[in-house]
Design a protein around this ligand. Structure first.
Ligand SMILES: Cc1ncc(COP(=O)(O)O)c(C=O)c1O
Length: 364
């Protein structure tokens, strides 16, 4: 017996997440510490303020969450300088990419994004049966001119992750501004800024400004990365009210869980945790890139909490060798760059073990 899926569903290549630590322990049958440097989680851990808030509310898990996310939206409004009607909270920002695709795309509509860009865009567009156009990156960054040139009468959504995952690079303020201003009305530009808080360079777009100018822009951010709340699945979108009210039509009731909302609000105010994370990330980046330089390893300069690099070994081989030694990284074959590997910047101990293991593998 079987049930036939839609043609569009058949075409979807499922997202492959970083292997969970528990799974690798089972597979390798080892008790040694497993290093997971595959999903760009925060090596500092969860914000202590968020943990405190979770502990205080743990007994309330029998209650549904606040469907409107009133307090979290109020905190975000203050933090971002926007109104609550400009905000939508998602079960992770991935949910918001999917919902935007659901409410805007028909099989006649086109979805454009970079080839080396976060996979959820392609999955969502394919699932909706939309026309998918992937644009090759240039010098390891999104090629905005090529994306603009690809725009056709059918284009409905342009997805840009900035900084870009898996390349780790960013687009300039002027580049994005000129781009947004050049896109015709009727097209939604999703600016996915999951790694926004890690960017140190001042030359980064002020995407909230586009929202205030009522541009067709949907900005995405998340509590999974710098705030260390990946397990609680809280992401959010910022857009003009008309876009928010359209997107919320496809949002499931209670999509943002109760503990997640509470923890996110506390994490947002935990400046000490944010600064500590930034410091450890910067130190880790300096350490890893210096070691890469000494080893003659090519890497793409990053403005995020991960580094994409290649060695003389094919990416899948290196991934497998690291995994055998209890270190999980991300091979990038599915992104069309099989020679590359993406590694999350860890804490000092994790980075040292990663580099030591890498040296052992390459010396063989
Ligand atoms: C560019 C980008 N967007 C979104 C996400 C997912 O974020 P969330 O955990 O909020 O769904 C990731 C996670 O790796 C990402 O790299």
């Amino acid at each position: 017996m079987s049930v036939k899926p839609r043609e569009a569903t058949k075409k979807v290549k499922p997202y492959i997440p970083g292997k969970p630590i528990e799974e690798l322990k089972r597979e390798l049958g080892i008790t040694e510490e497993i290093l997971k440097l595959a999903s760009n989680e925060n090596p500092v851990g969860t914000s202590p303020k968020a943990l405190e808030a979770i502990k205080e509310s743990i007994g309330e898990t029998y209650l549904y969450p606040d469907d409107e996310c009133f307090y979290l939206k109020r905190g975000l409004s203050k933090h971002l300088g926007v109104n609550a009607e400009n905000l939508i909270v998602g079960n992770g920002s991935v949910e918001l990419i999917l919902i935007a695709s659901m409410v805007y795309l028909t099989p006649d509509d086109e979805f454009i994004m970079g080839d080396q860009s976060f996979a959820l865009g392609k999955i969502s567009a394919t699932l909706m049966g939309a026309i998918f156009t992937g644009i090759t990156e240039k010098d390891y960054t999104h090629d905005l001119n090529a994306i603009r040139d690809a725009v056709s009468e059918k284009t409905k959504i342009i997805y840009i992750d900035n900084p870009c995952n898996p390349l780790g690079t960013k687009l300039s303020r002027k580049g994005i501004e000129d781009f947004v201003n050049s896109i015709p009305d009727g097209i939604l530009i999703i600016l996915d800024e999951a790694y926004y808080e890690f960017v140190r360079d001042e030359d980064f777009p002020d995407s909230i400004k586009f929202v205030k100018e009522n541009k067709n822009v949907f900005v995405l951010r998340t509590f999974s990365k710098i705030y260390g709340l990946a397990a609680l699945r809280i992401g959010y979108g910022i857009a003009p009210p008309e876009i928010i009210s359209t997107i919320r039509k496809a949002r499931l009731p209670f999509n943002a869980n109760r503990l997640g909302q509470i923890a996110a609000l506390a994490a947002l105010k935990d400046e000490e945790h944010i600064q500590r994370t930034l410091k450890i990330n910067e130190e880790g980046e300096t350490y890893i890139t210096k070691e890469f330089d000494k080893m003659g390893i090519f890497y793409i300069p990053t403005c995020t909490n991960f580094i994409t690099f290649k060695t003389e070994l094919d990416g899948i081989t290196l991934f497998a060798e690291l995994q055998k030694r209890g270190i999980i990284v991300r091979p990038l074959k599915n992104y069309g760059i099989p020679e590359f590997i993406r590694v999350t910047i860890g804490n000092k101990h994790q980075n040292q073990r990663f580099i030591k293991t890498l040296k052992e593998i390459l010396a063989k």
